[in-house]
Write a protein that binds this ligand. Sequence first.
Ligand code: TYM
Length: 332
Amino acid sequence: MTRIFSGVKPTGHLTLGNYLGAVRQWAEVDQHRADALFSVVDLHALTVDHDPGRVRRLSKQAATLLLASGLDPEACTVFVQSHVDEHARLSYLLECVATDGEMRRMIQYKEKSARERERGGSVRLSLLTYPVLMAADILAYGADEVPVGDDQTQHVELSRDLAVRFNQRYGRTFVVPRATPPAVAARVMDLQDPASKMGKSHDSGAGIVYLLDEPDVVRKKILRAVTDSGTEVEYDREAKPGVSNLLEILAACAGGNPEGLSGVYESYGALKRATAEAVVELLAPLQKRHKELVADPAYVEEVLRRGAERAREMAKPTVDAAYRAIGLLPPT
Ligand code: TYM
């Protein structure tokens, strides 16, 4: 059976980008067709300046939102990364396979470290090694597929490279995974700055729709979205990035494709109103279920406890095999 692994990091409140680019596909499709694991990858949240209490709160919130989005603990495994030691154990071995040069070529590292230096801050070493930990997340479970948005495909490519290299050097140990981005909305852009990705850790929230935003807040953000010069509703990511982003969001929420929908709306205003309503409608059941789950924290905790137990069992044999293959003496 196909094995799937994916995760979300608790560095901020989950966004519409996370949902359309990843989580919805996990809930609607992936968990039903494969042996799937989905993780709140909290170790990754420590790679940038962080507040311990906030990371804890966001981790719990992210886990609750994954369940509210429809992940069913009977159909898939939902867990918190730091509850399973195998991730960190394997990460070190993969650091001994990866090179400094390939780490420094990662686009997200280049962008985030440049931003941090501009602010006068220091760059954590873990920001550089982050993609290796991500590779460990994936390879520990022998995942064939990794459903992620566009921004993560370079990291999945690195996981492939590391798996192939390890297998060549030390004998076949890892499955070589591949990224499976969604057909539409693989890169939802910021509503105020359609040249950048809608990201949960951005400083200003005006261009970001959060999954827990009230309907009126969602409407306001979408109605105030930056659009492009001209008046015609056209799907052209280069020439009309703002309008094209709205068309993608609308297509992802309401069905159809962005090109087809562009002929339906006569003005930017009409497109914005339709998009706002489609997003509000999409988020309503998720928000309702989130409220119910927040009232039952013991249930969420139990799901995470069982999930970690299952994940540990799945990862340990592969990670143990990697320890043996690379030349470490097994304990007696
Ligand atoms: P993270 O937490 O930034 O995002 C979680 C998922 O949401 C997708 N995504 C988007 N998709 C479309 N448009 C957007 N604006 C948008 N923003 C985010 C991401 O592509 C991702 O699929 N490094 C990962 C977490 C991770 C992981 C893993 C994922 C750690 N280990 C192993 C897969 C497998 C990250 O930062 O995701």
